[in-house]
Write a protein that binds this ligand. Structure first.
Ligand code: ZN
Length: 380
């Protein structure tokens, strides 16, 4: 180990000098051999390899995201950071933070061994799935057609402007619900939205982990398509809001509908662009070898996925702003129960536990197949 730590930097290799599993389409050079020590992996962040850009594009993004996330708490008249109203927002933060950190670390540490490389990417896929559930929690509590302020713990407008709430023209919440929300959507959102997001996330983790062992030829297409499904499921509250604005989001309509659509369309546009880069392998496809270190498709994929996350964050913040402002309309009466520890952190950590179990299962399988291969080589 000491020898490995103190040896001089190993030369970077061509695609013909490393195991075939390590090679990427149209990337011909800049490979690290998969026997680096932890220290050598960390040092390679400052050395131009074909993973350096992949690492930095998601590692630096952590700090940009954290800045824009925390900015919300500097706004005036906001509830406290620890208020239950923000539990879904913090879960969204956990989802994005884990995604960006796991992705950057997977790219940095994957040259420690072939087995660690497999595990790194299993973790990477798992955190993408956890991120989609973090988004779903935020959408459910802030963008859902019946989202509203929890009754206590906030500067609730019901205390500040009781004369408005006591007005005779306000129908009871149940009648508002039936008049403004289609019953089938109402049932779906309240009962199946979060469970569907969790089930789809687990299926996607399973499918993506499988692509490392089979269907390798179509792996980029499968991985991209597989993550389209959670996007569609998670975005249903936004689709609903855009297609059929609800009376309950009167506050959101007046304050944030103007921002919901542009932020969401931009979020979709960046996702689409990132998917195109991931599938097409542009620009290295046009000139193999020219973009080995800088400018290859995976770096653009990272940049555009991060831009899509940033627009999603701005969209969620605008909705929170609309819900939490003291000038809220009486139509903001919450029809959904407020977030609790169990319905937010509980869901997120249970999901992370299931994803951890899936990853462990695949890691165990990869470990067993490596030892079988090693025994096979010895016996021949
Ligand atoms: Zn990546």
């Amino acid at each position: 180990m000491l020898l490995r730590c103190s040896r001089p930097s190993q030369p970077l290799l061509r695609h013909t000098d490393v195991p075939q599993r390590v090679t990427e389409s149209f990337i011909l050079s800049g490979y690290r051999f998969p026997d680096y020590s932890l220290r050598e992996c960390l040092a390679s962040a400052f050395r131009p390899t074909n993973e350096t850009g992949n690492f930095w594009t998601h590692f630096l993004a952590v700090f940009v995201f954290a800045f824009h996330f925390l900015e919300l708490f500097w706004w005036e008249d906001q509830p406290a950071l620890s208020d239950p109203f923000f539990y879904p927002f913090w879960n969204y933060f956990i989802g994005v933070f884990c995604l960006l950190m796991a992705s950057s670390m997977a790219h940095l540490l994957n040259s420690m061994s072939l087995l660690i490389r497999e595990i790194c990417f299993f973790v990477d896929y798992g955190t993408i799935s956890a991120y989609t559930v973090g988004s779903s929690l935020a959408y459910f509590y802030y963008i859902h057609p019946q989202a509203g302020l929890p009754g206590t713990g906030l500067r609730n407008t019901t205390q500040e402007r009781p004369q408005v709430l006591e007005g005779p023209s306000l129908p009871p919440p149940s009648s508002q619900s039936s008049s403004s929300t289609l019953p089938e959507f109402h049932v779906f959102f309240e009962n199946f939205y979060i469970p569907s997001a969790c089930v789809v996330a687990l299926l996607c983790t399973l499918a993506c982990c499988c692509t490392r062992q089979r269907w390798r030829r179509y792996r980029y297409v499968i991985r991209t398509m597989v993550f389209l499904l959670p996007f569609i499921v998670a975005s249903t509250p936004v689709f609903y809001r855009l297609l059929r604005p609800s009376q309950h989001s009167a506050v959101s309509l007046s304050r944030s509908s103007a921002t919901l659509a542009p932020f969401f369309y931009r979020h979709c546009f960046w996702l689409l662009v990132s998917a195109l880069f991931n599938i097409s392998k542009f620009p290295e496809r046009l000139s193999p070898g020219k973009f080995d270190i800088w400018g290859h498709s995976h770096q653009w994929f990272h940049c555009f996925t991060f831009l899509s996350i940033l627009d999603e964050l701005h969209m969620i913040k605008a909705e929170i702003r609309a819900l939490a402002l003291p000038l809220a309309s009486p139509l903001m009466q919450p029809l959904l129960p407020g977030p609790t520890l169990c319905s937010t952190y509980g869901v997120m950590f249970a999901l992370q536990g299931c994803i951890g179990a899936i990853i462990s299962w695949f890691a165990w399988g990869a470990c067993r197949s490596r030892s079988t291969q090693a025994e096979h080589c010895k016996s021949h």
